[in-house]
Design a protein around this ligand. Structure first.
Ligand SMILES: CC(=O)SCCNC(=O)CCNC(=O)[C@H](O)C(C)(C)COP(=O)(O)OP(=O)(O)OC[C@H]1O[C@@H](n2cnc3c(N)ncnc32)[C@H](O)[C@@H]1OP(=O)(O)O
Ligand SMILES: CC(C)C(=O)C(=O)O
Length: 622
């Protein structure tokens, strides 16, 4: 059967609230509401396997640690597990922080109310929560009650609670509060919702210092969130003695708008929100308390709950509910602080660089492309932010290398290496983990293994008598440097010699004698680490002519404690790539008449002029 062509025959649109002078659209949320976690009640009652006592215990401890001050811990009349868990909390010294209220739920049935209150005997702070459905649909279908009969039952039960709690001389050690939920408020005639709550209020007689809680649930979310906000504003305006009332929200997520409903309804005047971590609860769940809190946080409002170790929260919730947190759940999901695609990675990487360069501290103003929240604020490491697959670009790859090896790759090298990564990711058809990208880089640029051409030993000598610098007169001469060293080419050692203005150019000159004509285009270096452990990282870009007559660039990377030696390693890395780009070409490439010296013949003469070289390297390409 296809879906109905005209669903209007079966489903009616939700009637709007007539509130032409509604005020809430002009309001903003400037402080956190009172929170009530119902993870252990609404969240629990909707699990395939409800939590056992120990799981509830763990969850309670975590909720208290997170900062929740009102926690609905059970439906004590439902099961022995719930009753016993409640008693365990009450009876275990120190289990419940002094400022935390335990809340318990009961239907409007006398025996259940008595059992519920019995479960709280001896508690420091207790909220007794009664519910009774008030909508026409529920009264007719579930209870067979008129509005007046519902009102009478609600009042009778409220009076019973009162007599067993705040009016009970034997229960004065406990600070009692009372919550009444006209269940299915969202589908209840608003004037009746107000009338029944007025009657309950009169029966309870709240005070300003201990207000009654009217919890107005969207038991089933049936309308757009603005309608819920209208309903709340209408109720807030209609109820008397507003100062003796705490208006609480309990939005469910049937239409996927629970967050919006909770936020708009706070703008409409609500003081308190009931929900569950990561939106557990009946059907599509209760409103997600994590999202609500972090939405406030990212607007600069302290939510009064702390998700600085969100991974621990997720672990506990998953363990207790046996339901995984969706990878795309707002804030908490594994994938929400990750970027795979190139343009996102590029923007994020640039964002972090701008932040670093500006020296913005941990609590400095946050403005970063694609990331509404600093992942570090919820205990996420930056490593997890950028992940690499075949959709990724150079920025993401460079980020991983920077985090893994502390190397700040020049743009050209980013482009070159990202091609290597992309090819690999394409071949594997999956994400590449940071350690795989690191290994690819180390292999590609021979960080841990010798390249085809590698440095065995070398020395430099300087001739200051030649080459006057143009325009500087005869006294100012640019010293000429001679490189003399031994290199290994595909396992065979060769001694070579060359002259240039600095270490790079003199080695490049020396390489000509073995047929390697290196056209050094770019040179970048930076320090890695600090103090005694500092190393130099050097990147050499060289232009090569392809066999087809085109031009390509190759990169060499050198890392060494000695800056000059780092640059020589990088030159030889680029030279190796050059010869490798001509498959089948044996080394040496052109001239066979160069020296093939046994290493010992030169090694005894070698003395490295480190200071001169470092200076030359620091000055760039010569
Ligand atoms: C919207 C919410 O989430 S409300 C909370 C819902 N949570 C739960 O139901 C979890 C715990 N519940 C239970 O363990 C059981 O349902 C119990 C112990 C409460 C009741 O069990 P039973 O007595 O076997 O009743 P059962 O569950 O079959 O039916 C519910 C009965 O309570 C009545 N009822 C439902 N809600 C209420 C209420 N708020 N106040 C008074 N009676 C109510 C129903 O009309 C029905 O009455 P009926 O038997 O006269 O037709
Ligand atoms: C008991 C009430 C508050 C409830 O869970 C609901 O209406 O969803």
């Amino acid at each position: 059967m296809p879906m109905l062509k005209n669903p209007a025959t079966k489903y009616r649109p939700f009637p709007p609230v007539s509130l032409p002078d509604r005020q809430w659209p002009n309001k903003t949320i400037t402080k956190a509401p009172r929170w009530l976690s119902t993870d252990l009640r609404d969240g629990n009652q909707s699990l395939v396997d409800p939590m056992d006592g120990d799981q509830k215990w763990r969850m309670f401890r975590m909720l208290a640690e997170l900062g929740y001050k009102e926690i609905e811990v059970s439906f004590p009349s439902a099961s022995q597990t719930d009753f016993d868990f409640t008693r365990r909390l009450v009876e275990t010294p120190g289990a419940v922080p002094d400022d935390v209220w335990l809340q318990v739920l009961s239907p409007c049935r006398e025996d259940f109310i008595r059992r519920t209150i019995e479960s709280m005997k001896g508690a420091k702070k207790a909220i007794i929560h009664l519910y009774l459905a008030t909508s026409e649909c529920f009264r007719r279908i579930v209870f067979g009650m008129t509005e007046d009969q519902s009102l009478e039952l609600a009042v009778k039960c409220t009076k019973l609670v009162r007599s067993l709690t705040k009016d009970n001389p034997d229960a004065q050690d406990t600070e009692w509060a009372y919550e009444f939920s006209p269940e299915t408020f969202s589908d209840t005639r608003l004037d009746f919702a107000i009338r029944i709550c007025e009657a309950v209020k009169a029966a309870w007689e709240p005070t300003e210092s201990n207000p009654i809680i009217f919890n107005l649930p969207a038991t089933v979310e049936m309308s757009t969130p603005n309608v819920y906000a209208d309903q709340i504003e209408y109720f807030c305006r209609g109820i008397t003695e507003r100062e003796k009332i705490c208006i609480s929200l309990h939005p469910h997520n049937d239409r996927g708008c629970a967050i919006a409903a909770a936020e708009l309804a706070q703008m409409a005047g609500a003081d308190r929100v009931e929900g569950c971590l990561f939106g557990h609860g009946e059907r599509t769940g209760n409103v997600d308390l994590v999202t609500l809190a972090l939405n406030l946080y990212t607007q600069g409002v302290n939510p009064n709950v702390d998700f600085s170790d969100i991974t621990k929260v997720i672990d506990t919730v998953e363990d207790c509910t046996k339901i995984p947190v969706h990878p795309r759940a707002p804030y908490g999901g594994q994938l929400v602080v990750c970027a795979f695609s190139g343009s996102h990675q590029d923007a994020i990487k640039k964002g972090f660089k701008v932040r670093d360069d500006a020296g913005v501290g941990e609590d400095g103003q946050w403005q970063l492309p694609y990331l509404p929240l600093d992942p570090a604020d919820i205990g996420r490491t930056y490593e997890a932010v950028i992940r690499v697959n075949s959709q990724s670009g150079k920025g993401g790859v460079a980020w991983v290398i920077q985090r893994a090896l502390d190397l700040d790759l020049p743009r050209g090298l980013q482009i070159a290496f990202s091609k290597v990564v992309q090819k690999h990711a394409d071949e594997l058809s999956r994400e590449l983990k940071p350690h795989e990208i690191q290994r690819l880089f180390e292999t590609e640029y021979h960080l841990n293994t010798p390249s085809r051409i590698s440095l065995i030993d070398y020395e430099f000598s300087t001739d200051r008598s030649t080459s006057p610098s143009p325009g500087l007169g005869k006294q100012n001469v640019t010293p000429r440097r001679t490189f003399a060293g031994i290199i290994s080419m595909d396992g065979r050692e060769h001694s070579i010699k060359g002259i240039g203005n600095g270490p790079i150019s003199s080695l490049a000159d020396a390489l000509k004698s073995v047929g390697v004509d290196l056209d050094v285009r770019d040179y970048k270096e930076h320090a890695i680490g600090q103090g005694r452990d500092v190393k130099a990282a050097c990147f050499i870009e060289s232009l090569i002519r392809t066999q087809e007559g085109g031009k390509e660039t190759v990169w060499g990377v050198g890392i060494h404690e000695d800056a000059a030696q780092a640059s020589l390693i990088a030159v030889l890395g680029a030279a190796s790539k050059l010869v490798s780009s001509r498959p089948g070409t044996p080394l040496p490439l052109q001239r066979k008449e160069h020296l093939e010296a046994p290493r010992s013949s030169l090694a005894s003469e070698i003395k490295v002029n480190i200071n001169g070289l470092e200076q030359a390297a620091a000055n760039g390409v010569h």
